[in-house]
Design a protein around this ligand. Structure first.
Ligand SMILES: Nc1nc2c(ncn2[C@@H]2O[C@H](COP(=O)(O)OP(=O)(O)O)[C@@H](O)[C@H]2O)c(=O)[nH]1
Ligand SMILES: [Mg+2]
Length: 353
């Protein structure tokens, strides 16, 4: 079977594209459907179908014989390229392999590394492990993005992410930061959408009382809209949500409903992820939230690990900017606006050590 993915503004249109291409074939199978945020931030629906190899070839106007010939020609040219490479740059490939292995062992992804290395293979840099590493560090530097703090317009900021990652703590830190730690005091209000966990409201409410912050807990989408309207004078509204594990569809759907049901305000969503998480886990969480347009990542528990390769791999691979780093449990001190240097320095140290 051959898998093929179709993209369109809606799942229906994406499926129509697949049917248009393979409709005359009987064994079109729908494998997956999901919505993803495109690079421009717009939502795109993605549908993956499976068709038999012969249908696939027929759909692109190739019968099996021509395909075989093409494959042979491709093999031949690949062999020639390999022979060429073997003649001149066997040692340089060794250095490349070493550098890739080292960075891979620190959490970076092989695919990503090889993609970065492709343009310089065969150059003198590729023959020197040290040069290669500094080249790759620069690539990481370029790939990492930071979303600068911007309070110049009124904002509603929602935290989403798994349970225990530090969403509520981050809301409290940000509330303190915005209301009295910057050059200007901003008017901050809090909204709790975590109606699942007993005590979720109280956890934040104690803090809200100390800082004299408005704190609401709407029970429905309509009420959420009304609360946002009522709080429209506030500079920043911070929204805390229930922790959602990848297996928790019910909560996810409710959070999405809250988010999509609101028409009166733009809400920026921040995915809160732990620096201690493994690449696959972060990716699973990210995919899980693919129905939501994520504006930035807030990285917590930066103090709990020296190993930041998985985090870097995830952020660069998904082109997701970081907005804040949380570096401990203390509220409000342990929070910094995201800083590329800090992440890179830690990574460089790890490579040296
Ligand atoms: N070491 C460390 N602990 C943190 C950090 N952020 C949050 N925590 C702790 O993680 C635990 C869960 O935090 P909480 O905000 O309730 O997570 P939530 O379930 O996502 O709301 C608490 O014990 C926090 O003190 C951090 O940056 N570093
Ligand atoms: Mg919480």
């Amino acid at each position: 079977m051959v898998e093929e993915t179709f993209e369109a503004p809606t799942p229906k249109e994406a499926f129509a594209l697949a049917k248009e291409k393979y409709g005359r074939f009987s064994d079109l199978q729908l494998l997956r459907a999901r919505q993803i945020a495109g690079r421009d931030g717009k939502l795109v629906a993605e549908i993956t179908v499976a068709v038999s190899e012969s249908d696939y070839l027929a759909s692109i106007g190739i019968d099996e014989e021509t395909e075989l010939m093409d494959e042979l020609a491709e093999l031949r040219s690949r062999l020639e390229r390999m022979r060429e490479a073997a003649g001149i740059s066997v040692p340089s490939l060794e250095a490349t392999e070493k550098a890739v292995k080292l960075l891979e062992s620190k959490g970076l992804r092989r695919d990503w590394l090889l993609e970065r290395l492709e343009p310089i293979l065969g150059s003198p840099t590729a023959g020197d492990e040290k040069l290669l590493l500094s080249y790759l560090l620069e690539e990481i530097d370029e790939g990492l993005r930071v979303l600068p703090e911007d309070l110049s317009r009124r904002r509603v900021m929602m935290m989403v992410g798994p349970t225990g990652v530090g969403k509520t703590t981050t809301v409290a830190k940000l509330a303190a930061r915005y209301s009295y730690m910057l050059e200007r005091d901003y008017r901050v209000a809090l909204i709790n959408l975590d109606t699942w966990r007993a005590g979720a409201y109280e956890q934040l409410d104690n803090f809200a009382k100390i800082l004299h912050l408005e704190h609401r807990q709407p029970e429905s989408v309509e009420e959420f809209s009304q609360v946002l309207d009522a709080l429209s004078d506030y500079d920043v509204i911070l929204v805390d949500t229930a922790g959602i594990s990848p297996y928790d569809t019910e909560r996810l759907i409710q959070t999405i409903e809250f988010l999509k049901g609101v028409q009166n305000r733009e809400i920026s969503t921040n995915l809160v992820i732990s620096a201690t998480a493994k690449y696959e886990d972060i990716e699973e969480i990210y995919d899980h939230f693919s129905f939501i347009n994520i504006e930035s990542a807030i990285v917590t528990k930066f103090d709990e690990t020296r190993r930041v390769g998985d985090l870097i791999a995830f952020l660069t691979q998904k082109h997701l900017p970081v907005s804040y780093l949380s570096t401990g449990q203390r509220v409000p001190e342990d929070l910094l606006p995201a800083d590329k240097e800090k992440i890179l320095e830690q990574f460089a140290e790890e490579i040296d050590g």
